[in-house]
Ligand binder design. Sequence first.
Ligand SMILES: Nc1nc2c(ncn2[C@@H]2O[C@H](COP(=O)(O)OP(=O)(O)OP(=O)(O)O)[C@@H](O)[C@H]2O)c(=O)[nH]1
Ligand SMILES: [Mg+2]
Length: 91
Amino acid sequence: MVTDLKEFAKTAKPSVAVVGLGGAGCNITTWIAQKGMAGGRIIAANTDVNHLYIQKADKLVLLGEKLCKGHGCGGFPEMGAQATRENINEL
Ligand SMILES: Nc1nc2c(ncn2[C@@H]2O[C@H](COP(=O)(O)OP(=O)(O)OP(=O)(O)O)[C@@H](O)[C@H]2O)c(=O)[nH]1
Ligand SMILES: [Mg+2]
């Protein structure tokens, strides 16, 4: 059993990541990044490369390069889901 909680707390830090998905999600995470976020990482992910590369985040993930070829999903959620599966390991 742990006796020194203060020492144990130092090793048991949670890992927090905020993920912005798609146009609206990336707009929100860029807004959060501009305001400043302490103690977590920001990941922005989109199929639309033109919208993605201007985002402010710790990591940018281009989704569905093969499927969408750098474009958006045209508002089709299933295409977004498939594009996300293409890069699920990176996320
Ligand atoms: N409130 C708010 N809504 C937004 C913002 N950006 C986009 N939206 C809305 O969010 C909805 C979804 O749009 P997007 O997030 O761009 O869609 P997406 O996930 O990129 O999907 P595809 O463009 O089809 O790849 C639309 O109704 C947009 O008008 C934003 O910054 N704030
Ligand atoms: Mg979009």
